[in-house]
Each structure stands twice: as structure tokens, then as C-alpha cells.
Design a protein around this ligand. Structure first.
Ligand code: XMP
Length: 518
């Protein structure tokens, strides 16, 4: 358990609950999201929150079994902020009234105007007489609970902002955590200040805490870490190494489906630069032989996944006396989602490279990034001295280039793909676009087309460039490169990469497409 001041977010199933946590973490406040079902009296007593936030949610307080917090939360004597459904819950439980929509529903952008600005929560608000906010509610509060006063109204929500200043209970009908409430962060800033948070959640503090915890958990035992070369497992490895030094051994399974020079970079960074004991399991032949003749995407993934586990296990068994397996699990993978909201990140990571291994090998888990969001992992990586260009790398899927090579995989195709991808990424970096893009790569297509080069006719592969913007990989849009950029890149690839004579740009969004080609 962390020693920081803690804020508890009770999740009632809103799609944007994670954004509340993001806003708070940006303010150096430690918070955790827990689904309402888990928040019992005993849980609250143990958690000891310094403040509580009720998230929004899709339910109606009138529904059978409507999500509710335990009443004891109101007796803790700590500030509470209710958002949207959380506001209705508060009014409903504290003696106000909520009514069904009937013409008063509000969705999307609206404006809140002040009724009274003398409220600590509203400091820095209403400088322009009104604030743009994002609403999304069917039911609405028709009578506020005793002790509450109104501080802001919107056209369809006469009780858009209410507060009981005695008890420090605040309730807003809109969502301050979304970008469409441009000044929303200010409300969170005010809320945590009036709750007494000091902003003690810094990466430096986290790193020291995490190191102490790893030492305590592991003692003098050995830890194995599966290194993929990605940001999460790399940061986990460096952190654990700082904590326990050579008690850590990393196993880097090289399936031969990595990008140009990637394996060398990983090995030289970890083994040579960080002096971390590293087993480089170069099993290219094993993987590529097993993939020969396989063109079905699911069969490819399964073949790679199964071999990966076998290989990892084989090398890990060579490490005498290992009792722990380190994983770069992140907070979004851990948050238990309220059943009706679904957990966004869970699906993305469903293919975890070492999934199922800890049980199979009888190893205990070390997961030092469990409390962090992706951008916090990057901040921690910086704190640990990992180079910026490494930390900012685009995500790369476990099955690697196999899913960027539709149809049958051959060594020739992989080599062409690697070189085309390197030129493309070089172009993106040179034009200063890398950090504006969530993910960019080349897919080599299973078609050959006719071209002319000089006086010769060519018959080579076509490739597709892919570049998308995204927040979490769940939805994505294609990146709007300029025609000049695309033209220059196509020319470079065709000139510099033998084997490709046609370049296309994939402008499919997700949905209906996926980011990867398979
Ligand atoms: P899709 O193609 O489903 O990808 O739109 C969404 C994000 O997930 C990554 N991805 C994977 N990551 N193992 C991984 O570790 C996988 O099997 C896998 N498949 C897709 C993909 O690169 C994108 O960032």
C-alpha cells in the first residue's frame, strides 16, 4: 500500500472515469478507481481516503439495483465530489430529489453561468461570466438535498453546481474531466487543494517507494523479467535492477519478427549500458520455421504465442532458484471495470506475451508499474535515465512483423518490410511528426505489381504505409500527412528498398478497420 495521501474514486460505470484519475495524477495526487460493488464500509475504513469522488455512470438512481456507495462514505468527514450520476446519487441519498429526463436531458456542449461564485471549488472559474461544460445526462436533480446551495446553472440543469460548504460536499451535473470542459482541470485543482492534498505523488517519490517495495517483496530471491524491447517491460526491468541488482535476469525472446536493428539495440542497451544480466534467446529459426506456409492471421498469432511461452519457459528454467516473474502490467490493465462499462485497455492487451506463465511455472509476480498510466511509465523511465527516443517509441505488437505481413511470411518479405519500415520511420522523424502519431508502420502486401525503373520492367511487392492518431488504441484515425510528405516517402522507399515498386497510404479509421493489418 502506498504511503501517499489517497483519493478514492468510486466508479459507477462512466466511460470517462479513467480521465478523472488522469486529471488527478496530473496534479500529483495519488488516487485509485474502484467499482462501486467493491466499495464496502470495511473497504473504506481500510482505504482511508482523504477525499472521495463519485464518477458518472449510465444508470438511473430509479433502476432496480442502481449503483450506490455505502452510506458510511458520508460520515467520513472528508470532502466528496459527485459528478453527473454521482451528483444524482448524492442528492438521492442525502434527501434531495432526482427526476426522470422528460425533455430535460442534455447531451454535449452547454454553458454554465454562476449563481454565486463564493465557493472554494470555483476559484478561477466564471472569469468570462460563463464556462463551457460537457453534459451527458437523462435524469436530473429537481430538488437539492438539505444543506446544499446552488452555485451554477445551465439551460437544462438548474442545479448544475451545488455544494454543502459545511460538510464540503460538492456536486456537478457536467463532466469536468473531459476536454470539452476546457476549464475542468481547475475544478479538480480546487477540489484537491480544499481537501488538503499536498501533491506528493511525484515520480521521484514513486521510484523510491517502488524500489523499497520490490526489495521487501523479493528479499534475496531471484527475479526473471521477460523483456520485449517495449517501453513497459524496459522500465520495469531498469527499476527492478535498481532495486535488486543482479538478482534480476532478463530474458529477451527474439522471434525474428522484430524491426531493423531492434534486437541489437535492446541487447546493447540492457546488457552493455545498464549491465543487466540478459539472456538473448535468438530463436528466429524456430519461429520462422513454424510459421512457414501459415497465412491465416489467427493461426499465426496462436503459433507465435504458444512458441513464445515454450521458449520463455525453457530459458527461464535455466535461471536457478528464480521465484519471481516481473511483468510490466499497467494500471489500466488492473482497474476492475464495472460490468456494463467494459474495460478499454483490457482488450488491447488480451494477448500478453507471458500470459498464463506465472501459474504454469509456479512463479510469483512482481508488477512494479501496476499503479501507473502509460504516460506515467514514460515519466518514470525518464526518471530512471532511459533515453527519450526510446521512451517515446510507438507501441509494437507482441507478434511483431508477422501481423504486418499479410499472407505467408517469408524471410525475404520480412527483410524488405524491415527496410521499408526503417525508411518510413526515418522520414517521419525527419519531418518532426513522430510524437504527433500514435503508431506508424509499413505493411508489406501479398501482391506484386508491375512497374518501370530506368528501362527495366519490375515486378515487385506493393506496400501500405499506416499512421494513426489515437488516445488508447481502441479507436483511431489516419494521420493527415501532406501530399508532399507522402510523395517524398514513396519515392524514397522505392529508390532505397529493393523489392518494392509501389507504395499506398492506408486511410482507414478504426473502427471499422483495425490499426494492424492482421
Ligand atoms: P488493433 O490492430 O487491434 O491494435 O487495432 C490496437 C493496438 O494493439 C496493438 N496490438 C497488439 N499488442 N499484442 C500486443 O502486445 C498483440 O497481439 C497485439 N495486436 C495488436 C496494436 O499494435 C495497436 O497498438
Amino acid at each position: 500500500m502506498t504511503h501517499h495521501d489517497r483519493l478514492l474514486i468510486i466508479d459507477f460505470g462512466s466511460q470517462v472515469t479513467q480521465l478523472i484519475a488522469r486529471r488527478l495524477r496530473e496534479l500529483s495526487v495519488y488516487c485509485e478507481i474502484h467499482p462501486f460493488q467493491n466499495v464496502t464500509d470495511a473497504f473504506i475504513a481500510e482505504f482511508k481516503p482523504k477525499a472521495v469522488i463519485f464518477s458518472g455512470g449510465p444508470s438511473s438512481v430509479f433502476a432496480d439495483g442502481a449503483p450506490m456507495p455505502p452510506k458510511s462514505v458520508f460520515e467520513l468527514g472528508v470532502p466528496i465530489l459527485g459528478i453527473c450520476y454521482g451528483q444524482q446519487v448524492m442528492m438521492h441519498l442525502l434527501g434531495g430529489k432526482v427526476e426522470r429526463g422528460h425533455g430535460t436531458a442534455e447531451f454535449g456542449r452547454t454553458y454554465v453561468t454562476p449563481k454565486d461564485t463564493q465557493l472554494a471549488l470555483l476559484e478561477g472559474w466564471f472569469d468570462d461570466d460563463r464556462e463551457q461544460v460537457w453534459m451527458s445526462h437523462g435524469d436530473h436533480v429537481s430538488e437539492i438535498a438539505p444543506g446544499f446551495d446552488v452555485y451554477g446553472t445551465s439551460p437544462n440543469a438548474p442545479f448544475a453546481i451545488t455544494a454543502d460548504t459545511q460538510r464540503k460536499f460538492f456536486a456537478v451535473q457536467f463532466h469536468p474531466e473531459v476536454h470539452h470542459t476546457p476549464n475542468g482541470k481547475k475544478l479538480y485543482e480546487n477540489f484537491v487543494r480544499l481537501s488538503g492534498f499536498t501533491g506528493d505523488w511525484t515520480m521521484g517519490a514513486y521510484r523510491d517507494d517502488a524500489i523499497a517495495k520490490i526489495r521487501e517483496q523479493v528479499g534475496d530471491k531471484k527475479v526473471i523479467c521477460g523483456l520485449s524491447g517495449g517501453v513497459d517491460s524496459s522500465v520495469a526491468a531498469v527499476l527492478i535492477h535498481e532495486a535488486i541488482g543482479d538478482q534480476l535476469t532478463c530474458v529477451f525472446v527474439d522471434h525474428g519478427l522484430l524491426r531493423l536493428n531492434e534486437a541489437d539495440e535492446v541487447v546493447s542497451m540492457f546488457r552493455d549500458h545498464y549491465n543487466i544480466p540478459l539472456i538473448h534467446a535468438d530463436e528466429t529459426d524456430l519461429f520462422l520455421n513454424a510459421l512457414e506456409g501459415v497465412s491465416d492471421p489467427e493461426t499465426k498469432r496462436k503459433t507465435i504465442g504458444k512458441l513464445f511461452i515454450d521458449v520463455f519457459q525453457k530459458y527461464a528454467n535455466e535461471i536457478d532458484g528464480a521465484e519471481f516473474l516481473a511483468q510490466g502490467t499497467l494500471y489500466p490493465d488492473v482497474i476492475e471495470s464495472v460490468s456494463f462499462s467494459g474495460g478499454p485497455s483490457v482488450t488491447i492487451k488480451s494477448h500478453h506475451n507471458v500470459g498464463g506463465l506465472p501459474e504454469k511455472m509456479g512463479l510469483k509476480l512482481v508488477e512494479p508499474l501496476r499503479e501507473l498510466f502509460k504516460d506515467e511509465v514514460r515519466a518514470l523511465g525518464r526518471e530512471l535515465g532511459l533515453p527519450d527516443h526510446f521512451i517515446g517509441r510507438h507501441p509494437f505488437p507482441g507478434p511483431g512483423l508477422a501481423i504486418r505481413c499479410p499472407g505467408e511470411i517469408t524471410r525475404d518479405k520480412l527483410e524488405i518490410l524491415r527496410r521499408a519500415d526503417a525508411v518510413y520511420i526515418d522520414q517521419i522523424r525527419k519531418h518532426g511528426l513522430y510524437d504527433d502519431i500514435w503508431q506508424a508502420f509499413v505493411a508489406i502486401l501479398p501482391v506484386r505489381t508491375v512497374g518501370v525503373m530506368g528501362d527495366d520492367r519490375t515486378y515487385d511487392y506493393a506496400c501500405a504505409l499506416r499512421a494513426v492518431t489515437s488516445v488508447d488504441g481502441m479507436t483511431a484515425d489516419y494521420f493527415p500527412f501532406s501530399h508532399e510528405f507522402l510523395g517524398e516517402t514513396a519515392t524514397r522507399i522505392i529508390n532505397e528498398v529493393q523489392g518494392i515498386n509501389r507504395v499506398t497510404y492506408d486511410i482507414t479509421s478504426k473502427p471499422p478497420g483495425t490499426i494492424e493489418w492482421e
